[in-house]
Design a protein around this ligand. Structure first.
Ligand SMILES: *[C@@H]1O[C@H](CO)[C@@H](O)[C@H](O)[C@H]1NC(C)=O
Ligand SMILES: *[C@@H]1O[C@H](CO)[C@@H](O)[C@H](O)[C@H]1NC(C)=O
Ligand SMILES: *[C@@H]1O[C@H](CO)[C@@H](O)[C@H](O)[C@H]1NC(C)=O
Length: 366
């Protein structure tokens, strides 16, 4: 066994070279990426986040980040033992851990980022990390905190309590309104923010990447009373990971590989069953997916479309499907109605890089 490992250690880097170079706009690096790390001539491997680099035409450049505010990296305060009951008791411009914010059956970790200048009746964004990630990493690897300094919203960064730090998006409890597990802990923190921090209940939003994207779908479907919009970056439809007879936080490979194909009505029914008493409007949704995602296969993009167009009673084909000047070449933005958009990214794997400014526009913050 030891010898085999040693051989693999030598052979793998060679395979890497043998695999060639990534094409223009293709992935060239990031956590979990095993493909080529170099790009074809005329393009530069550009890091968008810790988990995604892409071959961008031309000289090395980095995606635009606001430069007006410097967020001290990794400044994490320790918990005070309870959730501060007023925003004023939360330190500004630091990632601050809170506890005792309400029902939290699985002990989800919870961190808040309050900008220096908070808008009056501020919006709230819940930003959920990917597997192997933490609240701290998503905070550092995204610009949600920096942009909060510009727009004055408050951010909650939950941290998964599960081994491997995926979110429980498979148990009956997590998929049921007030049923328990990770989703209830996150919803409790959002409710706490509404009740105690003066957050605008009409502007509570969820966003997440990969496992955090799947959690965002769960929050949208099971807590539509709390969340008014969601952005799902490389996730799956609500309930796609459901494995009610398995332990919480199980991996549903049928869903992941895009083999769970349902009708729009069946997908919508999974949402309705999560909260049968709900009579309000479901959150606006924006979903993003890469066409060469081999972690959560791109079929999941089309299953998400079936689910949300059925819920909103929109046509199953987009009313417009266009490229956008501010998105990389090969991205198409399909609009099905005012409450649902789906962005497909050609030659992008797992995950689509973050486009925080576009998410804020979708939320009506920017
Ligand atoms: C799912 O959870 C809800 C709430 O805890 C419970 O009422 C329901 O019976 C459960 N359903 C199944 C199939 O376990
Ligand atoms: C939008 O157009 C692209 C091709 O430009 C296509 O690959 C994609 O499937 C379309 N999106 C939808 C949702 O139909
Ligand atoms: C997609 O198109 C809609 C309709 O034009 C627009 O409102 C929205 O901002 C676009 N989304 C993205 C991410 O470009």
């Amino acid at each position: 066994m030891f010898k085999l490992t040693a051989i693999f250690a030598i052979v793998l880097p060679l395979l890497h070279l043998a695999a060639g170079q990534s094409a223009e706009w293709a992935q060239c690096g990031g956590i979990g990426w095993t493909g080529p790390a170099t790009c074809v001539a005329g393009t530069t491997c550009t890091e968008f986040s810790a988990y995604y680099s892409q071959c961008v035409p031309g000289e090395a450049s980095t995606p635009a980040t606001p430069t007006s505010t410097v967020v001290p990296p990794g400044t994490t305060s320790t918990a005070t033992g309870s959730a501060p009951t007023g925003l004023s008791s939360i330190p500004a411009s630091t990632l601050f851990q809170i506890t005792d914010f309400g029902t939290n059956p699985t002990n989800v970790g919870m961190f808040v980022y309050k900008p220096t200048k908070v808008a009056s009746t501020p919006p709230l964004i819940v930003a959920s990390h990917f597997c192997q990630g933490t609240a701290q990493e998503y905070f550092e690897g995204s610009t949600f905190a920096q942009l909060a300094e510009t727009y004055g919203y408050v951010v909650l960064f939950p941290s998964s309590p599960n081994p491997g730090t995926c979110w429980d998006v498979s148990s009956n409890a997590t998929l049921t309104h007030d049923g328990g597990s990770d989703s209830l802990g996150i919803a409790s923190a959002a409710r706490f923010a509404i009740s105690n921090w003066g957050v605008d209940p009409d502007r509570v939003f969820a966003v997440g990447t990969s496992s955090g994207a799947m959690m965002t779908s769960v929050l949208a479907g099971a807590y539509p009373d709390v969340f008014k919009a969601g952005v799902v970056d490389s996730g799956v439809a609500f309930g796609c990971f459901a494995l009610p007879d398995d332990p919480p936080d199980s991996w549903n490979s049928q869903c992941a590989t895009g083999e769970l194909i349902l009708t729009g009505q069946e997908w919508a029914q999974r949402v309705y069953s999560a909260y049968p008493g709900f009579t309000g409007e479901y959150p606006k949704m924006q979903v993003w997916h890469g066409t060469i995602d081999t972690t959560l296969y791109p079929q999941n993009f089309y299953e998400e479309i079936k689910q949300w167009t059925t819920i909103f009673d929109y046509p199953s084909t987009p009313i417009s499907n266009v490229s956008e000047s501010y998105l990389p070449q090969g991205y198409s933005n399909s609009t099905f109605g005012p409450r649902f958009q789906a962005i497909l990214a050609q030659n992008v794997g797992h995950t689509v890089p973050l486009f925080e400014q576009q998410y804020l526009e979708f939320f009506g913050i920017a």
